[in-house]
Ligand binder design. Sequence first.
Ligand SMILES: NC(=O)c1ccc[n+]([C@@H]2O[C@H](COP(=O)([O-])OP(=O)(O)OC[C@H]3O[C@@H](n4cnc5c(N)ncnc54)[C@H](O)[C@@H]3O)[C@@H](O)[C@H]2O)c1
Length: 335
Amino acid sequence: MTAQPATIRVGIIGTGVMGADHASLLDSSVSGAVVSAVADADAERAAGVAKGLAAARVVLDPLELIAADDVDAVLVASADQTHEAFVLACLRAGKPVLCEKPLAPTEAAARRMLDAERALGAGTVNVGFMRRFDPGYVELKEIIDGGVIGVPLVVHCVHRNASSQHGATAADVVTGSVIHEIDAARWLLGEEIVAVRSHAPHRRGQAESAVGPVLVTLEAASGTVVAIEAFVNATYGYDVRCEVVGDRGTVALDPVGPTATMLGGQRRQPIAADWRPRFSEAYRLELQNWVTALRSGTLSSAASAWDGYVATLVAERAVESLATGQRVAVITPPS
Ligand SMILES: NC(=O)c1ccc[n+]([C@@H]2O[C@H](COP(=O)([O-])OP(=O)(O)OC[C@H]3O[C@@H](n4cnc5c(N)ncnc54)[C@H](O)[C@@H]3O)[C@@H](O)[C@H]2O)c1
């Protein structure tokens, strides 16, 4: 990688929930970066986000944004199915790109992106699996890697959202939410997933108004099992949990939040409405890491295109398993 200018001028494609959040973090809380351009299929939304930034202009065509002279690097935060076209355009333009998860909705698309990156030189695509930067997950990994809890045997993961988009299916829960756990498991354990099994339980004879909990089990190469419950209509708020059980002890993310109030005979603790407050520091640290690496011409420690590809591959097998509830082997090609 070649070093980039002292201030990285970032172009953002997609100014919805995540794009707007990233834009604000890049402009206000990340050193060495400025958002120079934003694009969105909804031009009014892009203009609204640009208005709150120091020096961003609105570009109507995302491909024009990628090619622009005042854009050194691109952040893709548009809808999942648009990632491939934009990432490939960045690679062709020789511009580094941080793409929100998932890298792509299908293994075939993710493979095309990985192959394009390899054909054009490594290290230009990163994927927004921000848990790798969350202080809690980082500490979990340090404790596991330090051998403190012994050999990891089981990982329990819970991923709950208050409500999902209308019409979301169990497959969407896997490709949109469980994929975070898939990447976190590979990263925490430092090994590949060799098989998956999925299940979407429902009460017999009862019509469901929205998708319920989805259970996915991952088998790691060493035999460690990762048990995931993803429930995107949990109603009460956003809740992510992770506990790793080793043969000498366990380590878990601390639940919910930093403070609790004792009042009127009750212990109360606020629960975030969505993922932004829970992972705000992780997003900031991820963006800072990406920008710092670009400035110094080194590789970012954010998830790579390979990590993005493998997570999509495992998610695709987990979706396959939903149909039968049977174990499906995951054959990861050599990296
Ligand atoms: N890392 C995380 O924690 C996290 C959390 C939520 C979403 N995401 C991912 O971030 C991405 C954006 O999600 P979101 O919640 O912000 O969605 P969103 O619907 O709020 O925003 C997506 C934006 O992309 C725009 N868009 C769609 N197609 C486009 C196109 N062809 N050209 C330009 N703009 C286009 C839409 O108009 C919209 O403004 C998705 O890939 C999603 O999976 C990641």
